[in-house]
Design a binder for this molecule. Structure first.
Ligand code: GDP
Length: 453
């Protein structure tokens, strides 16, 4: 019988490279028991830490540490797993790893332990991804949301939708199979109501997933404008650091400065650009070219002007500046401590204007709030879980199909079409959990993991 479950035993150092108090080696697969017997002399009792010597071919000790044995199926991967916690030095860990390979294990690929956990049905795809996201999380909010997805919160809501879809589909297919039966008007109504309810639940789920995705990916903001208007100062005011060099000489920021900050859990990837203007200076021209590149991929542009010397904001001319039309631009009037304008936000037909002083810290909260608003970030983590772009894409596809289903059912009473739409929706949701996923997708997901995870 062809089976998905791999027959070999994999091993990897699960702790980061370098020196540490402890280093962990993981082993998973069918040969864990005999390998453990050779290395440790005896198989440790299940799930109990044992102090043991890790021995080489001649029986000489390589290291001493804790050995933990998790018999299948009650392990992370669902297979027999052995964890060796030895001393965290690269050479000693490598010696232990080589010993395991000598005994028949093979080096694990990145994410292979998680992949086995997925293939053995211990976790679904969203949970596997959440493990990687938890490890990679850069903010407390991201870690909290990843933990929720890892514990199955996203999966449960997806499963709830799938259960509903299966119920409606079963009913519809039965009706299609027995067309001679009278279609009960009340049942027809109940089905419509159920489909509408599923659409609402899917919309709510998508909204939560969008928030989760924002927390994972953040927002890319480019700070642009002519030289000396206070771009570096604004970056500093947002990051509360002296990251950018602030000087009174125009054109000091020749290269791009990147900063990662967060506003209430929303990560902002800030880039301070060289002043955008015609320049003879080669280095500066290169800076400008890079600035344009960043602007093209940004989620928002903060265009700064000096409100004291340019109250008419002459320096702000999105058309002449040839800014990409799809990226929203905020005109930030800086240095209002000099111009005397009050801090605030105005919405004009062309966009939004914010008056502030980066150096004096006036109006900075207005800018922060506006950035959150632009991202669509609600700043609450209630009911939200970590999600990725591929989840949003699949949820959107499911939603389109569901709306189509609802329409086909209510407007046209086209039951065959409805049934097909519901099938498409269910398949899109199945892609998220990994129920219907291509091998390509699985490979892409798991190879982005760390080794030993
Ligand atoms: P950049 O070239 O656009 O990055 O501008 P900088 O941040 O280097 O600032 C240029 C000059 O403007 C510096 O002397 C800053 O101290 C000054 N500056 C920046 N923001 C403000 C502000 O809000 N008020 C005042 N009065 N000066 C500011």
């Amino acid at each position: 019988i062809w089976t998905l479950i791999p027959a070999d035993t994999i091993a990897a150092i699960a702790t980061p490279k370098g020196f540490g108090g402890v280093g962990v080696i993981r082993l998973s697969g069918p040969d864990v028991r005999p390998i453990a017997g050779e290395v440790l002399g005896v198989l440790p009792p299940p799930r109990q830490a044992r102090l043991a010597w890790f021995r080489d071919l001649k029986g000489e000790a390589i290291d001493q540490g804790l050995a933990l044995f998790f018999p299948a199926p009650h392990s992370f991967t669902g297979e027999d797993v052995l964890e060796l916690q030895g001393h965290g030095g690269p050479v000693v860990l490598d010696l232990v790893l080589r010993r395991l390979i000598q005994l028949g294990a093979r080096l694990a690929r990145p994410g292979e332990f998680s992949e086995r956990a997925f293939l053995n049905g211990k976790i679904d795809l969203t949970q596997a991804e959440a493990i990687a996201d938890l490890i990679a999380s850069g903010t407390e909010t991201a870690a909290r949301l990843a933990r929720r997805t890892m514990s199955g919160e996203f999966s449960r809501r997806l499963q709830g939708l799938v259960d509903g879809l299966i119920r409606v589909r079963t009913y519809l297919e039965a009706c299609l199979d027995f067309p001679e039966e009278e279609i009960d008007a009340r049942a027809d109504h109940a089905i419509s109501a159920e489909v509408s309810d599923l659409v609402l639940r899917l919309e709510a789920l998508l909204a939560s997933a969008q928030q989760g995705c924002l927390v994972r990916e953040g927002m890319r903001v480019v700070i642009a404008g002519p030289p000396n208007v206070g771009k570096s100062s604004l970056l500093n005011a947002l990051t509360d650091s002296e990251a950018a060099i602030v000087t009174a000489i125009p054109g000091t920021t020749r290269d791009l400065l990147h900063r990662e900050i967060q506003i209430d859990g929303l990560p902002l990837h800030l880039t301070d650009t060289a002043g955008l203007h015609a320049s003879e200076d080669l280095v500066e021209r290169e800076g400008i070219r890079r600035a344009r590149e960043q602007i093209g991929v940004a989620d928002a542009i903060l265009w700064l002007t000096d409100d004291a010397s340019d109250p008419g904001a002459q320096a702000f001319n999105p058309t002449a500046l040839d800014l990409p039309p799809q990226v929203p631009v905020v005109l930030v009037r800086n240095k209002i401590d000099l111009s005397g304008r009050t801090p605030g936000l105005i919405r004009t037909p062309d966009g939004t204007e914010i008056a502030l002083s980066a150096r004096e810290g006036l109006g900075m909260q207005i800018l922060r709030d506006h950035l959150k608003e632009m991202a669509g970030y609600q700043g609450t983590s209630e009911g939200i879980f970590m999600a990725r772009r591929r989840h949003l894409e699949a949820l959107n596809r499911a939603l389109t199909a569901m709306r189509e289903a609802s329409n086909n059912l209510q407007q046209r009473h086209a039951w065959e079409f409805t049934a097909e739409d519901l099938r498409v929706a269910q398949e899109a949701i199945g892609e998220i959990t990994g129920e219907f996923s291509s091998e390509d997708l699985l490979e892409r997901i798991f190879t982005s993991f760390c080794i030993g995870k």
